[in-house]
Each structure stands twice: as C-alpha cells, then as structure tokens.
Design a protein around this ligand. Structure first.
Ligand code: NAP
Length: 303
C-alpha cells in the first residue's frame, strides 16, 4: 500500500487543485512513479504493443490524466535507448509566455503548475533557457507533487550567465550548465566555489563556428545529454528555447497549456517556420485536457 505521506499533497498545492484531484488519482500517480523506476504497479500493465495501460478500476478523470502522462512512461520502457523529448509552454490566448518585462507569474493557473511538476517528476532532466534562469531564478524541483526532482539543465551556449543563479548554487538537485565547448572554461571559472552537484557540460559544435551568432544546434545538446545518461528530457521553456528544439526537430511531444488571458505583447511562445499555404502547415495529432480554467493541447510531433 502507498504510504500516507505520499498520498497527501504537499502544502504548496493550491486548495482549488486539491478539490479537483479525483480520490483514486494519488494511488495511480504513485504506481506511475513506481513503474517509472521499474518497481511494482498493481494498477498498471505494460505490453510492447499497447505501452502502459491502466488495468484496474479507475475514474474517468484519472484515466484522462493518465493518458497525458502515458507517453513519458512508454518512452522510458522503449528498447531504443535514444533520447526522447517533451516540451511545454504555458501561454496566453494571444501566444505569449510572459509580458514584455518578463513577468510570467502566473500565465497558467494552479493546475498548470502541478502539471509542470508532474512532468518534471517523470523525466530525467528539465531543460530551460538562459533568459528563464536570468529572469525567474527558478528552482526546477518537484515541490508540488510526490516524485523525484530531475537533473536541471540550463542551455547557455555562450556562457552568458554569471553562475550565481539558484539552480547552480542551491544543491537541491544535480545541475548541468550546457555550453559550447569553446565557452566551457568561462563557465567552469564562474562555478569555482559552487557545490559539486553542479557541472558544466561542454558540447562540441553546439554553436556553428562559421556563424556563431546563429541559434545553437539543439540536436547536439540532446545527443550530449543522452551520452550523459539523461534519456527523458523535459524542455520547460521559455519560448525561444522550446522553439529552437522544435526547429531542430528534436521534440517528440509538445504540451501547450493555453490560459484564458490576453497579454497583448511580450515574450513570444512557440515560433515555427512560416508557410505560405494552409495545406503545408503542420497539423500534428492532438489531444486536449482541461487543467482548471486552462486547456492543455498535447501534440504528438512524431506520430
Ligand atoms: N509560460 C511558460 O511556460 C514559461 C516557461 C519558462 C519561461 N517563461 C518566461 O519566458 C521568458 C524567457 O523566455 P525566452 O523565450 O525569452 O528565453 P529563454 O528560452 O528562456 O532563453 C533563451 C534566450 O535567452 C537569451 N539569453 C542568453 N543569456 C541571457 C542572459 N544572461 N540574460 C537574458 N537573456 C539571455 C538567449 O540569447 P541568444 O539568442 O543570444 O542565445 C536566448 O534569446 C521569461 O520571462 C520567463 O519568465 C515562461
């Protein structure tokens, strides 16, 4: 039986989310965490043909939630050991992830935050861009749900950050500062007195030598993280970072959590290559899930 502590939501979870969690979800979530780590899972069954399915009694809402997280469990159970990448963006109806001043607290409601923490718990690493670290100084841990905190990965190819951010200094979980190999020495220098949970991951050819001002090669970061033992990657933002991974065709799945709010102008959400005619515009297979007042669009980018 699951231990009572794990069935009790941590204090940071808002009351409106607790009221909306079906009574059978905490036990199912716990079994999903056990399946993630190869442990016992009486409510779940796995076959290569179906992936993970719920085999016991389950409410309709818990099944809906399960289906949103099933791709992460399935990806972990693949024989193929290549990395698998899911990204998310919480955005306004008009497509922004933050205001022009960088304020993103909060685009999404409390349900969206809990959803983020569930994705962190199911993946090996959470990946964010340098501006998100500079603006938000995030912790990137799983405080709102039971589950392990992922390795925290910061994409900063030119080592622009000063190395003083919380993610590099708080020692709450491992952290990797991903730089192009030519800038790794600068990053290491800035981390001289940081805890040994933080290291620099130098990636050869992350920046194009002929055009260093161009955006980085996200696929090289994915490969390097895979070699580092991080197979399930969760790219959490911001819009530029998710768009770069999307542009490099490095994403398997994308969660766009759309909130009923209008920002007017600010930090852009997903930006994709423009097409001239509608018939050429990608229309990936999609599922939707209500998250409080927000709507999750769960897009399968490699159907
Ligand atoms: N709603 C959400 O889901 C969500 C999630 C995460 C973050 N956010 C918000 O999104 C915003 C950041 O997203 P973003 O798309 O602008 O960027 P981002 O994806 O977080 O980071 C990439 C950008 O950061 C730039 N950069 C590099 N070093 C920097 C530094 N020291 N200070 C500032 N920027 C630096 C990079 O410049 P180069 O182009 O030169 O490489 C690149 O343009 C923040 O306001 C954050 O609060 C929202």
């Amino acid at each position: 039986m699951p231990t009572p502590e794990l069935l009790t939501p941590p204090p940071e979870v808002a009351a409106e989310v607790i009221a909306d969690i079906p009574s059978d979800w905490p036990a199912l979530w716990l079994q999903m965490l056990q399946a993630r780590d190869g442990g016992r899972h009486a409510l779940l069954r796995y076959t290569p043909a179906t992936g993970w399915v719920v085999s016991g009694e389950c409410s309709a809402r818990s099944l809906e939630l399960f289906m949103a997280y099933k791709p992460m469990l399935d990806a972990r159970s693949r024989k193929d050991l290549s990395p698998w990448v899911v990204a998310q963006l919480g955005q306004s109806l008009d497509g922004f992830v933050a205001t022009a001043t960088g304020d993103s607290y909060y685009v999404n409601g409390a349900h969206g935050l809990v959803h983020l923490h569930r994705l962190r718990a199911l993946c090996d690493a959470v990946v964010v861009g340098a501006r998100t670290v500079a603006t938000d100084n995030p912790q990137l841990t799983t405080r709102r749900v039971p589950g392990p905190s992922p390795v925290r990965v910061v994409m900063d190819p030119r080592a622009d950050l000063d190395g003083e951010s919380r993610v590099f200094r708080d020692g709450q979980s491992e952290s990797l500062w991903v730089c192009d190999a030519r800038h790794a020495a600068t990053a290491r220098q800035r981390l001289r007195d940081a805890p040994d949970t933080t290291e620099v991951l130098a990636v050869e050819g992350l920046l194009d030598e002929r055009n260093p001002a161009a955006c980085y090669r996200a696929e090289r970061a994915v490969e390097a993280l895979g070699r580092h033992g991080l197979r399930l990657l969760f790219v959490e933002g911001g819009g530029i970072t998710v768009s770069r991974f999307f542009g490099a065709r490095a994403l398997d799945r994308l969660h766009l959590v759309v909130a009923p709010v209008l920002i007017g102008n600010g930090r852009r959400g997903l930006q994709v290559p423009a097409r001239d005619v509608m018939i050429e515009c990608p229309r990936p297979p999609a599922r939707t899930l209500r998250l409080g007042d927000d709507l999750l669009w769960d897009l399968d980018l490699k159907p």
